[in-house]
Design a protein around this ligand. Structure first.
Ligand SMILES: Cc1cc2nc3c(=O)[nH]c(=O)nc-3n(C[C@H](O)[C@H](O)[C@H](O)COP(=O)(O)OP(=O)(O)OC[C@H]3O[C@@H](n4cnc5c(N)ncnc54)[C@H](O)[C@@H]3O)c2cc1C
Length: 449
């Protein structure tokens, strides 16, 4: 047990009770557990800086934690030490609709930010399925159902305050919408999974709430036709704001969980944003393309409550599938491929699961070539699940894609870094050593030793 930073924090900011250690010893959908020696709850950048200086002097590993919803073992404190839980730093410091920006502490959830911005005509358009924190989202470069139109978290980071591995509090970036000054240090810390520093304040760009929106539900007989439709939609330049796939099994689970009555078929969920005339034209073109691609129907919804119900159901998919498989373990994994290779990547992953006798659920942000499988299994099927996930990732890389479109590397995907990055990996290692020479920042994640 390392020395605790008593005297540097109040007693209630240092927790060693078994329940809290357990809670911080594992992540979502990652089987292995490793407990921290203590969980620290900083309430300011100065608290974080004191923690980091204390840990750096004693070479104690630090694992930053937000909502702990990451899926690849990102927050599991492999080497013990302190979990640094940022959720008490949850203040929205500023919302400036006239500059389309907000300044928040890292523990603010994106839904809370949007709730606070609701009446200002602006919003933050990245919406991962879980109620993730902005600190975690920046650190995983998260995206969500609207990435096809609005991009990923990294596209919205204007400035950061970061406590670096020597305990210094550093500001990077500014409030301008663009800048050509210096190295892009916001980009360096974005997606770093807590391995380069601890983010203590975030300035994000916001966008205007669209004047008009419409959603559509488009069922298909199979995955190949559904994903071919998406490819044609993107190639035709239809600016969908959301373009999601859910398979029949997932729709069934959502209906049972959320009390909805969606037809239980392979379904593409769409949403369009813009002015009323533009949205109507987009819906008409999508309807045409869907019919040519073999859709079984096309149901549009423009009322706000209808659209919200549809997306709320979509966001519950993971929890619906967990409820449908009591007592089973699950593995969630995501890949992304060039959009034209999507039909073969999805079909091959689903066929592989079927051949291996595994129950898998398909959901995905297919508008940007990104899909996820959630596979449920019993203890004795662990190896089969790992093998299927491995083949899915290897296939995506072979198609010119990536081992993860949005969930990140964590621990489980370390094995693909060499294959995916080759010559760039030594440079990444040099960067890590330069910024964190003692290796105390979330060791064992993101970059293989
Ligand atoms: C049901 C479900 C649906 C999901 N859907 C999506 C999706 O659509 N898109 C998507 O991208 N992801 C999705 N995810 C994954 C997850 O929600 C995202 O990775 C999210 O960004 C993690 O945020 P968090 O606050 O939970 O971070 P955590 O899980 O707590 O941490 C994530 C990583 O960031 C680091 N970190 C956290 N806070 C800080 C900080 N302040 N400074 C430095 N490092 C920090 C941690 O060390 C860790 O490496 C989903 C997860 C679930 C369970």
């Amino acid at each position: 047990m390392p020395e605790l930073p008593t005297g540097l924090l109040r007693n209630d900011q240092i927790v060693t009770t078994r329940a809290v250690l357990d809670q911080h010893g594992h992540g979502e959908s990652y089987g292995e557990t490793s407990l921290p020696d203590a969980v620290l709850f900083p309430e300011s950048a100065e608290d974080v800086a004191r923690i980091v200086r204390f840990a750096a002097e004693r070479r104690i590993p630090l694992t930053p934690v937000g909502a702990n919803s990451s899926l690849e073992g990102h927050t599991v404190p492999l080497f013990g030490g302190f979990s640094v839980d940022l959720t008490r730093m949850d203040r929205i410091l500023e919302i400036r609709p006239e500059d389309f920006l907000a300044v928040v502490q890292p523990g603010v959830g994106y839904r809370s930010l949007n709730e606070a911005a609701r009446h200002s005509g602006v919003f933050f358009p990245i919406d991962p399925g879980a109620h993730a924190t902005l600190g975690g989202m920046v650190s995983t470069n998260a995206s969500g159902t609207m990435a096809v139109r609005y991009g990923v978290t990294g596209d919205y980071v204007l400035a950061l305050q970061v406590v670096t591995a020597d305990g210094a509090i550093v500001r990077v970036g500014n409030r301008a919408r663009k800048s050509a000054a210096g190295y892009d240090l916001c980009g360096l810390f974005t997606g770093a999974e807590g391995t380069l520093g601890i983010i203590t304040e975030i300035t994000v760009r916001l966008v205007g709430v669209p004047e008009s929106a419409s959603a559509a539900r488009v069922p298909f007989p199979d995955a190949r036709r559904a994903t071919s439709f998406v490819t044609q939609l993107v190639q035709a330049g239809v600016p969908a704001a959301r373009c999601e796939i859910i398979d029949a099994r997932s729709v069934h689970a959502v209906n049972a969980f959320a009390g909805t009555a969606f037809p239980e078929q392979m379904t593409i969920f769409l949403e369009f944003h813009g002015n009323p005339a533009g949205v109507a034209a987009d819906v008409a073109l999508a309807r045409d393309l869907a019919s040519h691609a073999g859709a079984l129907g096309f149901e549009a919804a423009s009322r706000r409550e209808e659209r919200e119900r549809l997306w709320e159901a979509r966001h519950k998919t993971f929890y619906a599938t967990v409820a449908a498989n009591p007592g089973k373990r699950n593995l969630v994994t995501d890949v992304a491929v060039p959009i034209s290779r999507l039909p073969e990547a999805v079909a091959s992953a689903l066929e592989d699961c079927d051949r291996s006798g595994l129950t898998a659920y398909l959901v995905g942000h297919v508008g940007d070539g990104n899909f996820h499988l959630t596979i449920f299994y019993d203890d004795d099927q662990h190896q089969q699940v790992e093998d299927v996930a491995h083949r899915m990732v290897s296939h995506a890389i072979a198609l010119g894609g990536t081992s993860t479109g949005e969930h990140g590397i964590g621990i489980r995907k370390l094995r693909y870094m060499e294959e995916e990055h080759g010559d760039a990996l030594p440079l990444m290692r040099r960067l890590k050593r330069a910024v964190d020479p003692e290796g105390i920042m979330n060791p064992g994640k993101k970059i293989p030793d």
